[in-house]
Design a protein. Structure first.
Length: 361
């Protein structure tokens, strides 16, 4: 009996013992900080690079190429000799035209002398009026022939000068399309001899939707807007230029308007025909709050973020977002600079949930 009484006493004591409260669950997360700093307000678009001047070098005369004075891909200066075409046929044409001119100049001098001599004889009626008028007509006809001969000499000289082809601008030579020794003809040479592109400065052309045009016009009134360009993203190599112009009309079929920026391109980073990302910087926000975009959670009521409080619990905040810049986003309302936010591990979180950093416990 004593044994059963002792067991009953133990059970009675156990029934009156208070249960120990379990600690609330804590969730592992990654934490970031809302940063307050200057941030650009921009419009991003895909653009392509254009030479300010792109020239297809062609022959103006027919003949054999007797000289090529550049290497492919070479940068040349305005006035540098590029090609020579056999000048001998055109030198012969010039000599022939000059000889014809000299012959008719002699005839003109004789016709003029006759007019002078017979003027007095005709006045004194020693020479008939009709014959004198014939002399005057002959003089006028010879003078016209002389002018025609002078034009032929000028044309022959122009054709001769076309046998030497010079660079019309500073730029970079393209691939040689017709080799030394080949015949060229302006009437059949559709592709040309080579190309010459101006490399610096250079254009970047891009298009934006027409609804953004008033915003651009608003900020552009204060001066030239800055344009940034990059190959892949704006974290690595970035090039800076200025907005050069807006096209004078919106494309009615696409609803887009073209813009052009001018880049110095001193190191030849930008290449004609290349596609490139662009950002038209409208203005700079002086005290923007930026957070990693991974901190933003999209809900039915809008974007939210979890803010870490001092007691390691979280508070859910509704956000008003601005422009996204790569992996960051501007927060217009809902956060202040310096506040801690959850960047990873939000899946199981709720208002008041406890969190911890992995490795901190």
């Amino acid at each position: 009996m004593k044994k059963w009484g002792f067991i009953f006493l133990l059970l009675l004591t156990a029934c009156h013992k208070k249960p120990v409260a379990s600690a609330p669950p804590s969730y592992p997360v990654e934490i970031g900080v809302a940063v307050q700093k200057e941030a650009p307000l921009f419009i991003e678009a895909l653009g392509h690079v254009d030479s300010i001047t792109a020239i297809n070098i062609r022959s103006r005369v027919e003949g054999e190429i007797t000289g090529v004075y550049f290497t492919q891909g070479q940068e040349v200066k305005k006035g540098d000799l590029l090609f020579t075409i056999d000048p001998r046929p055109y030198q012969a044409d010039l000599k022939d035209a000059q000889a014809t001119l000299d012959q008719n100049l002699a005839n003109l001098a004789l016709a003029e002398e006759k007019v002078k001599r017979y003027r007095i004889l005709t006045k004194n009626e020693y020479y008939s009026q009709i014959d004198y008028e014939t002399l005057q007509a002959n003089y006028a006809a010879t003078a016209a022939i002389v002018e025609q001969n002078r034009a032929q000499v000028d044309k022959a000289l122009i054709d001769l000068n076309y046998c030497w082809i010079y660079a019309p601008i500073d730029g970079m030579m393209g691939i040689l399309l017709v080799d030394f020794g080949n015949m060229v003809c302006p009437c059949t040479d559709a592709t040309g001899l080579t190309t010459l592109n101006q490399m610096a400065p250079i254009y970047v052309t891009f298009s934006i939707p027409e609804y953004q045009l008033p915003q651009i016009q608003k900020y552009n009134r204060n001066g030239n807007l800055k344009v940034m360009a990059a190959y892949e993203d704006f974290k690595e190599e970035v090039f800076e230029g200025k907005l050069f112009m807006l096209d004078n009309s919106v494309d009615a079929q696409t609803g887009m308007i073209k813009l052009r920026a001018l880049f110095p391109n001193g190191k030849r980073e930008l290449w004609p025909g290349q596609f490139i990302r662009t950002r038209l910087i409208l203005t700079t926000l002086p005290n923007a709050v930026l957070i990693p975009y991974t901190a933003v959670q999209l809900t039915m009521s809008g974007p939210v973020a979890f803010v870490v409080k001092g007691d390691q619990t979280v508070e859910q905040r509704a956000l008003k977002l601005g422009q996204r810049e790569d992996d960051q986003v501007i927060v217009l309302e809902g956060l202040k600079g310096g506040e801690k936010i959850i960047t990873e591990g939000q899946l199981n979180l709720f208002e008041g949930a406890h969190v911890f950093l992995p490795g901190s416990q």
